[in-house]
Design a protein around this ligand. Structure first.
Ligand code: MN
Length: 249
Protein backbone atom coordinates (compact mmCIF):
# COMPACT_ATOMS: atom_id res chain seq x y z
CA UNK A 1 0.00 0.00 0.00
CA UNK A 2 1.38 3.37 -0.95
CA UNK A 3 1.31 5.93 1.76
CA UNK A 4 -0.63 9.13 1.90
CA UNK A 5 2.34 11.42 1.31
CA UNK A 6 3.10 9.81 -2.03
CA UNK A 7 -0.45 10.23 -3.20
CA UNK A 8 -0.35 13.80 -2.00
CA UNK A 9 2.75 14.70 -3.93
CA UNK A 10 0.93 14.40 -7.22
CA UNK A 11 -0.47 11.92 -9.62
CA UNK A 12 2.97 10.97 -10.88
CA UNK A 13 3.95 9.56 -7.52
CA UNK A 14 0.51 8.14 -7.05
CA UNK A 15 0.94 6.36 -10.35
CA UNK A 16 4.29 4.99 -9.27
CA UNK A 17 2.64 3.47 -6.24
CA UNK A 18 -0.23 2.16 -8.29
CA UNK A 19 1.86 0.72 -11.08
CA UNK A 20 1.77 -2.80 -9.69
CA UNK A 21 -1.68 -2.82 -8.18
CA UNK A 22 -3.33 -1.20 -11.16
CA UNK A 23 -1.43 -2.92 -13.95
CA UNK A 24 -4.08 -5.42 -14.96
CA UNK A 25 -6.86 -2.87 -14.80
CA UNK A 26 -4.84 -0.35 -16.77
CA UNK A 27 -4.21 -2.90 -19.50
CA UNK A 28 -7.88 -3.69 -19.66
CA UNK A 29 -8.60 0.03 -19.90
CA UNK A 30 -6.31 0.42 -22.88
CA UNK A 31 -7.95 -2.49 -24.63
CA UNK A 32 -11.41 -0.93 -24.68
CA UNK A 33 -12.56 -0.95 -28.32
CA UNK A 34 -12.92 2.54 -29.68
CA UNK A 35 -10.46 4.06 -27.22
CA UNK A 36 -8.24 4.83 -30.18
CA UNK A 37 -5.08 3.20 -28.87
CA UNK A 38 -2.87 1.92 -31.68
CA UNK A 39 -1.82 -1.72 -31.55
CA UNK A 40 1.08 -2.19 -29.16
CA UNK A 41 0.50 1.09 -27.35
CA UNK A 42 1.46 1.35 -23.72
CA UNK A 43 -1.25 0.52 -21.21
CA UNK A 44 -3.59 3.34 -20.31
CA UNK A 45 -1.35 5.37 -18.02
CA UNK A 46 -3.73 7.03 -15.63
CA UNK A 47 -5.49 5.20 -12.82
CA UNK A 48 -8.04 6.32 -10.27
CA UNK A 49 -6.30 6.56 -6.90
CA UNK A 50 -8.35 5.17 -4.03
CA UNK A 51 -9.81 7.55 -1.50
CA UNK A 52 -7.29 7.90 1.35
CA UNK A 53 -10.11 7.32 3.88
CA UNK A 54 -13.54 5.74 4.14
CA UNK A 55 -16.49 7.20 2.23
CA UNK A 56 -18.07 8.33 5.51
CA UNK A 57 -14.87 9.76 7.01
CA UNK A 58 -15.94 13.36 6.38
CA UNK A 59 -19.45 13.03 7.83
CA UNK A 60 -21.35 15.12 8.67
CA UNK A 61 -19.64 17.82 6.59
CA UNK A 62 -19.63 15.71 3.42
CA UNK A 63 -21.94 12.72 3.24
CA UNK A 64 -20.81 9.25 2.27
CA UNK A 65 -23.14 8.99 -0.73
CA UNK A 66 -21.72 12.19 -2.22
CA UNK A 67 -18.19 10.92 -1.66
CA UNK A 68 -19.02 7.58 -3.28
CA UNK A 69 -20.52 9.15 -6.40
CA UNK A 70 -17.95 11.92 -6.57
CA UNK A 71 -14.95 9.59 -6.39
CA UNK A 72 -16.21 6.37 -7.96
CA UNK A 73 -18.18 7.98 -10.80
CA UNK A 74 -17.11 11.56 -11.46
CA UNK A 75 -13.38 11.22 -10.81
CA UNK A 76 -13.33 7.80 -12.49
CA UNK A 77 -14.87 9.32 -15.62
CA UNK A 78 -12.19 12.03 -15.80
CA UNK A 79 -9.54 9.32 -15.61
CA UNK A 80 -11.21 7.21 -18.30
CA UNK A 81 -11.63 10.14 -20.68
CA UNK A 82 -8.07 11.34 -20.06
CA UNK A 83 -6.86 7.89 -20.99
CA UNK A 84 -8.97 7.94 -24.14
CA UNK A 85 -7.41 11.28 -25.08
CA UNK A 86 -3.77 10.37 -24.50
CA UNK A 87 -4.24 7.04 -26.27
CA UNK A 88 -4.52 9.04 -29.51
CA UNK A 89 -1.37 11.08 -28.78
CA UNK A 90 1.50 8.63 -28.13
CA UNK A 91 3.97 11.52 -27.80
CA UNK A 92 2.40 12.27 -24.43
CA UNK A 93 3.30 8.89 -22.97
CA UNK A 94 4.92 9.07 -19.55
CA UNK A 95 3.82 12.63 -18.81
CA UNK A 96 1.92 13.21 -15.59
CA UNK A 97 -1.37 15.06 -15.62
CA UNK A 98 0.34 17.92 -13.81
CA UNK A 99 3.08 18.13 -16.43
CA UNK A 100 0.52 18.19 -19.21
CA UNK A 101 -1.52 20.91 -17.52
CA UNK A 102 1.53 23.05 -16.79
CA UNK A 103 2.17 23.50 -20.51
CA UNK A 104 -0.94 22.84 -22.55
CA UNK A 105 0.67 24.46 -25.58
CA UNK A 106 2.84 21.35 -25.88
CA UNK A 107 -0.24 19.10 -26.00
CA UNK A 108 -1.39 18.37 -29.58
CA UNK A 109 -4.34 20.53 -30.50
CA UNK A 110 -6.41 17.45 -31.33
CA UNK A 111 -6.51 16.44 -27.66
CA UNK A 112 -5.74 19.74 -25.91
CA UNK A 113 -9.27 20.45 -24.76
CA UNK A 114 -9.75 16.87 -23.57
CA UNK A 115 -6.47 16.97 -21.62
CA UNK A 116 -7.36 20.35 -20.15
CA UNK A 117 -10.79 19.14 -19.02
CA UNK A 118 -10.12 15.55 -18.01
CA UNK A 119 -6.48 15.92 -17.02
CA UNK A 120 -7.61 18.85 -14.92
CA UNK A 121 -10.43 16.76 -13.49
CA UNK A 122 -7.99 14.01 -12.57
CA UNK A 123 -5.33 16.25 -11.03
CA UNK A 124 -7.80 18.53 -9.25
CA UNK A 125 -9.69 15.67 -7.62
CA UNK A 126 -6.53 13.83 -6.64
CA UNK A 127 -5.39 16.96 -4.81
CA UNK A 128 -8.87 17.48 -3.38
CA UNK A 129 -9.26 14.04 -1.73
CA UNK A 130 -5.87 14.43 -0.15
CA UNK A 131 -6.67 17.91 1.16
CA UNK A 132 -9.43 16.68 3.45
CA UNK A 133 -9.66 14.64 6.62
CA UNK A 134 -12.21 13.81 9.27
CA UNK A 135 -11.92 14.57 12.95
CA UNK A 136 -11.42 17.83 14.79
CA UNK A 137 -10.37 20.79 12.67
CA UNK A 138 -6.80 21.90 13.24
CA UNK A 139 -5.75 25.32 11.86
CA UNK A 140 -2.55 25.76 9.86
CA UNK A 141 0.80 25.80 11.62
CA UNK A 142 4.41 26.32 10.64
CA UNK A 143 5.45 28.49 7.73
CA UNK A 144 2.01 28.40 6.12
CA UNK A 145 0.46 29.91 9.25
CA UNK A 146 3.12 32.63 9.24
CA UNK A 147 2.47 33.44 5.57
CA UNK A 148 -1.31 33.55 6.11
CA UNK A 149 -0.91 35.87 9.07
CA UNK A 150 1.47 38.08 7.11
CA UNK A 151 -0.71 38.37 4.02
CA UNK A 152 -4.25 38.09 5.45
CA UNK A 153 -3.81 39.36 9.04
CA UNK A 154 -5.43 36.28 10.57
CA UNK A 155 -6.63 32.79 9.74
CA UNK A 156 -10.22 33.94 10.31
CA UNK A 157 -9.92 36.78 7.78
CA UNK A 158 -8.14 34.47 5.38
CA UNK A 159 -10.91 31.85 5.69
CA UNK A 160 -13.57 34.46 5.05
CA UNK A 161 -11.78 35.66 1.93
CA UNK A 162 -11.32 32.11 0.69
CA UNK A 163 -15.03 31.38 1.10
CA UNK A 164 -15.93 34.67 -0.58
CA UNK A 165 -13.59 34.00 -3.48
CA UNK A 166 -14.74 30.41 -4.05
CA UNK A 167 -18.38 31.24 -3.41
CA UNK A 168 -18.29 33.92 -6.07
CA UNK A 169 -17.78 31.47 -8.90
CA UNK A 170 -20.56 31.57 -11.48
CA UNK A 171 -21.34 28.06 -12.60
CA UNK A 172 -18.91 25.18 -12.07
CA UNK A 173 -15.30 25.58 -11.09
CA UNK A 174 -12.76 25.56 -8.29
CA UNK A 175 -11.70 27.99 -5.61
CA UNK A 176 -8.00 27.79 -4.86
CA UNK A 177 -5.35 28.72 -2.39
CA UNK A 178 -2.28 28.76 -4.59
CA UNK A 179 1.28 29.98 -4.67
CA UNK A 180 2.08 32.41 -7.48
CA UNK A 181 5.38 32.55 -9.36
CA UNK A 182 6.68 35.00 -6.75
CA UNK A 183 5.92 32.47 -3.97
CA UNK A 184 3.08 34.58 -2.61
CA UNK A 185 -0.21 33.09 -1.45
CA UNK A 186 -3.06 33.93 -3.79
CA UNK A 187 -6.79 33.18 -3.80
CA UNK A 188 -7.86 32.39 -7.33
CA UNK A 189 -10.73 30.65 -9.07
CA UNK A 190 -10.81 28.58 -12.23
CA UNK A 191 -13.75 27.62 -14.41
CA UNK A 192 -14.70 24.04 -15.15
CA UNK A 193 -11.72 21.75 -14.43
CA UNK A 194 -9.00 24.27 -15.27
CA UNK A 195 -5.91 24.01 -13.09
CA UNK A 196 -3.85 26.85 -11.60
CA UNK A 197 -0.87 24.97 -13.02
CA UNK A 198 -1.88 26.17 -16.49
CA UNK A 199 -1.40 29.77 -15.29
CA UNK A 200 1.97 29.14 -13.69
CA UNK A 201 0.66 28.91 -10.12
CA UNK A 202 1.05 26.01 -7.71
CA UNK A 203 -2.24 24.78 -6.21
CA UNK A 204 -2.09 24.22 -2.45
CA UNK A 205 -5.80 23.68 -1.73
CA UNK A 206 -8.71 23.36 -4.12
CA UNK A 207 -12.36 23.72 -3.17
CA UNK A 208 -14.66 21.89 -5.59
CA UNK A 209 -17.55 24.20 -6.51
CA UNK A 210 -19.27 21.82 -8.92
CA UNK A 211 -22.80 20.95 -7.86
CA UNK A 212 -21.86 17.25 -7.90
CA UNK A 213 -19.67 18.00 -4.87
CA UNK A 214 -22.52 19.10 -2.63
CA UNK A 215 -25.99 18.97 -4.15
CA UNK A 216 -27.22 15.76 -2.47
CA UNK A 217 -26.85 17.25 1.00
CA UNK A 218 -26.75 21.00 0.48
CA UNK A 219 -28.88 21.54 -2.63
CA UNK A 220 -28.56 25.25 -3.46
CA UNK A 221 -26.89 26.16 -0.14
CA UNK A 222 -23.42 26.53 -1.55
CA UNK A 223 -22.23 28.83 1.25
CA UNK A 224 -23.17 26.19 3.84
CA UNK A 225 -21.27 23.57 1.86
CA UNK A 226 -18.19 25.79 1.72
CA UNK A 227 -18.25 26.41 5.46
CA UNK A 228 -18.58 22.67 6.09
CA UNK A 229 -15.84 21.89 3.62
CA UNK A 230 -13.42 24.23 5.36
CA UNK A 231 -14.07 22.33 8.60
CA UNK A 232 -12.56 19.17 7.08
CA UNK A 233 -9.50 20.70 5.39
CA UNK A 234 -6.27 18.94 6.34
CA UNK A 235 -4.19 22.07 6.95
CA UNK A 236 -1.23 19.95 7.94
CA UNK A 237 -1.14 18.55 4.42
CA UNK A 238 -1.70 21.97 2.83
CA UNK A 239 1.22 23.21 4.93
CA UNK A 240 3.44 20.39 3.67
CA UNK A 241 2.58 21.40 0.10
CA UNK A 242 3.42 25.00 0.94
CA UNK A 243 6.79 24.00 2.41
CA UNK A 244 7.55 21.88 -0.65
CA UNK A 245 6.56 24.66 -3.06
CA UNK A 246 8.53 27.46 -1.39
CA UNK A 247 11.59 25.31 -0.76
CA UNK A 248 14.07 25.48 2.12
CA UNK A 249 13.59 28.34 4.58
MN1 MN B 1 -15.73 17.26 -8.42
Amino acid sequence: MWNRREVLSGTTLALAGLALAGHAEAQQGAAIPGAGAPAGAAPAPFVLPPLPYAYDALEPAIDAETMRLHHDKHHATYVAKLNEAVATAPELAGRSAEELLADLSKVPESVRTAVRNHGGGHANHTLFWNSLKGGPAVPPGGRLATAIASQFSSFELFSAQLVKSAGGIFGSGWGWLALDAGKRLVLVTTANQDSPLSSGATPLLGLDIWEHAYYLRYQNRRADYLQALLSVVDWGEVGRRYDQAVGPA
